[in-house]
Design a protein around this ligand. Structure first.
Ligand SMILES: Nc1ncnc2c1ncn2[C@@H]1O[C@H](COP(=O)(O)OP(=O)(O)OP(=O)(O)O)[C@@H](O)[C@H]1O
Length: 655
């Protein structure tokens, strides 16, 4: 995972987070507090158990080998006898005790290590799952305006990169924090009880290492970011050149491209070598510091022992075992500190991810169901636009005061120049956007008073460029009414395996009926696996006309009382167009229908044609009335008729 942290178009979202965003992560951990507490204790025990063998070595040297009377920390803690060990039998018994403690320490360590890792990792996974589900669910309820304002890539990266980063922080960095506190704290306490003087010498570099590695990371991180950018530029150049191999050959540009690739490679090499040099120099410097401590302890401990002798109980003196213990512990003391900088850095990254994730979760959707929402069983389909005004931004009005009353079952054809606001007007019916002023009413009730789910059940939409999900043809049609997928359609044809939306064997009768009415049945049965053929992003690519017919089947299955239809653009052949027209007629029959026509012949039979320009209705009436009126519609009609004749003439000439 890249540590890049610059998907900037979430800045307004980030600013909306109150307080520390990491408290949001903490809230997600609360339900798992028993696991986390046990994990925390287990992690501390693991770290402390790792220190035990060094204490055992010290006890073995002093009490078994040298027969010293100095009891040591383990005896003080009651784990070993405090009396002086004399005679072979006593020494063997003592050694046995050491061996048992060592074995137990290793056993405890591996059990607690397993427990802490398992509990932290599994909790992090659970928090990741909860966060992703909640973020996705929340995202789904945000208004279309939010999706238009934010790039898909940026939103994907919140769902993936940011959520994963929080999971990794919980999983790894919390354990690293425990490691620092338990290991450094434990070592400091042990060293202090043996020799406060040497403990001070050994611990002096600890804060220096922590601070220096933190500083170093803040200094080197921008350099690494630069390197990542260079790598991605190099990669896209290589990708580009491989993709454009034909052009390079055709224009003999091998040398030119080689120079460009070599220049990028050289830059990557230089930046990387520079970063390697800085990193190696820094960590070698740190090792030098720990070397200085080693030498200092050797000198101080050695001269104390020479001056005061071994095994003296005077607290200023040392035993041979405790000197060995110092050197053993020194090796464990500094490595957690070297990682402190990385943990601090990961904390910063996790915090900025938390800002985006919790900022998004705190971002309220603009379009929501009201309290005591209107939930009609069915609607008649009367639609009224009452002095409606709307703009996507505050600066520009796209709908500028539209009044329109539509009777149940009426078909309204919408015509007008591109950008006139036809699609925008229709988006206001199902509240994909809310009006700025005025109201859209269905059966006399403002759409803002309806329950949002109910409203959208009664208003079906067939888009100009319908989206096909990855899945089978049957699943894509069944999207209009999921019960058609897993219910038994009466012929027992659908066998659901419990996986929502999964279709085995044959599709339900309702799906086939919808497909037939939409003139999609024939081409679907011609697909390699019929209704079970994978379509959408990962499957067979359908033509525009085929996708439109699947979308019509989807809408027919849903059976809404009001239908909004954005006609596919005209680049379909005449035969396909005829099929689409037939399916359209079935779709709009007995429903209130709004049809945006790019080919005016589509709306020739509409009950009423509404002509728009710059967000206003400029003409309305039946096709014939408007043609007779000789206004804008008549001009548009004449132009399209002319274009059609031209196309036909060209086609005839080709033949
Ligand atoms: N999501 C959006 N954000 C901002 N502006 C938009 C958005 N969608 C459309 N517009 C703008 O609103 C205006 C009306 O667009 P709309 O799609 O409603 O027109 P139309 O009449 O349906 O055009 P066409 O026939 O080309 O589909 C255009 O200027 C368009 O650029």
């Amino acid at each position: 995972m890249s540590d890049d942290d610059d998907h900037g178009d979430f800045s307004s979202i980030r600013e909306s987070v109150d307080g520390n965003p990491m408290s949001g992560l903490l809230r997600y951990c609360v339900p798992y507090w028993p696991r986390l507490s046990i994990g925390l204790v287990a992690a501390i025990v693991t770290r402390l158990a790792r220190l035990l063998p060094s204490l055992l070595v010290a006890a073995a040297i002093d009490r078994v080998i040298l027969g010293s009377g100095e009891p040591g920390l383990l005896a003080q803690a009651g784990l070993l006898p405090t009396n002086t060990i004399t005679g072979e039998a006593a020494r063997i018994a003592f050694l046995q005790r050491l061996v048992v403690i060592a074995a137990l320490a290793y056993l405890i360590r591996s059990v607690t290590r397993f427990a802490s890792r398992y509990l932290f990792q599994s909790t992090a996974q659970k928090v990741q799952r909860d966060l992703r589900n909640d973020t996705y669910d929340h995202m789904q309820h945000l208004s279309l305006g939010f999706f238009a304002d934010h790039q898909t890539g940026a939103m994907m990266s919140v769902l993936n990169q940011d959520v994963n980063r929080l999971e990794q922080f919980l999983n790894t960095e919390i354990r690293q924090g425990i490691r620092v506190v338990a290991t450094v704290g434990g070592i400091a306490a042990i060293m202090y009880t043996y020799s406060p003087k040497l403990a001070l010498v050994a611990l002096a570099p600890v804060p220096i290492i922590g601070l220096a590695s933190g500083r170093f990371l803040t200094w080197i991180e921008p350099k690494y970011r630069g390197i990542r950018e260079t790598v991605s530029r190099l990669n896209s150049r290589l990708e580009n050149n491989i993709g454009g191999a034909r052009v390079i050959k055709a224009f003999n540009r091998h040398e030119f491209e080689l120079d460009r690739v070599a220049a990028q490679s050289e830059r990557y090499h230089d930046e990387k070598v520079e970063a390697i040099k800085a990193r190696r120099a820094f960590f070698s410097g740190l090792r030098l510091l720990t070397g200085v401590v080693f030498v200092a302890i050797l000198w101080i401990a050695g001269s104390d022992i020479i001056r005061y002798g071994l095994g003296n109980t005077d607290p200023a003196t040392l035993t041979a075992g405790s000197v060995a213990l110092f050197f053993l512990l020194l090796r464990r003391l500094y490595s957690p500190m070297r990682r402190v900088g990385k943990t601090a850095n990961k904390y910063q990254l996790a915090k900025s991810s938390a800002e985006r994730v919790f900022g998004l979760l705190g971002h309220d959707p603009d379009v929501t169901s009201p309290e005591n929402a209107h939930v009609p069983e069915s609607v008649e389909g009367r639609v009224a636009f009452d002095d409606v005004r709307f703009g996507y931004t505050d600066d520009e009005e796209v709908i500028s005061g539209i009044d329109l009353d539509v009777e149940p079952g009426e078909t309204i054809g919408l015509a007008g120049t591109t950008g006139a606001g036809k699609s925008t007007l229709l988006k206001l019916i199902s509240r994909l956007y809310d009006v700025d002023s005025g109201a859209v009413r269905i059966d006399g009730v403002d759409v803002r008073e309806y329950d949002l789910t109910a409203l959208r059940e009664h208003v079906g939409i067939v888009e100009q460029n319908p989206y096909m999900f990855s899945g089978t043809a049957a699943e894509n049609i069944g999207y209009g009414d999921l019960s058609a997928l897993d219910g038994d359609a009466g012929d027992g044809a659908v066998a659901s395996d419990g996986d929502a939306g999964a279709v085995d064997e044959a599709p339900s009768e309702r799906i086939v009926e919808a497909a037939k009415a939409a003139e999609a049945h024939e081409f679907i049965t011609d697909l390699p696996d019929g209704y079970d053929t994978q379509i959408g992003e990962r499957g067979v690519k359908l033509s525009g006309g085929q996708r439109q017919r699947i979308a019509i089947a989807r809408a027919l299955l849903n059976d809404p009382e009001i239908i909004v239809l954005d006609e596919a653009t005209s680049d379909v052949d005449t035969e396909t167009e005829e099929l689409i027209q037939r399916s359209l007629r079935r779709l709009i029959a007995d429903r209130t229908a709004f049809v945006i026509a790019h080919r005016l012949s589509t709306i020739r039979d509409a009950d009423r044609v509404v002509v728009m320009e710059d967000g206003r209705v400029i003409e309305q009436g039946s096709h014939d009335e408007l043609v007779d009126a000789d206004g804008d519609y008549a001009a548009l009609w004449a132009r399209q008729a002319g274009e059609d004749e031209e196309t036909e003439a060209l086609a005839a000439a080709d033949d």
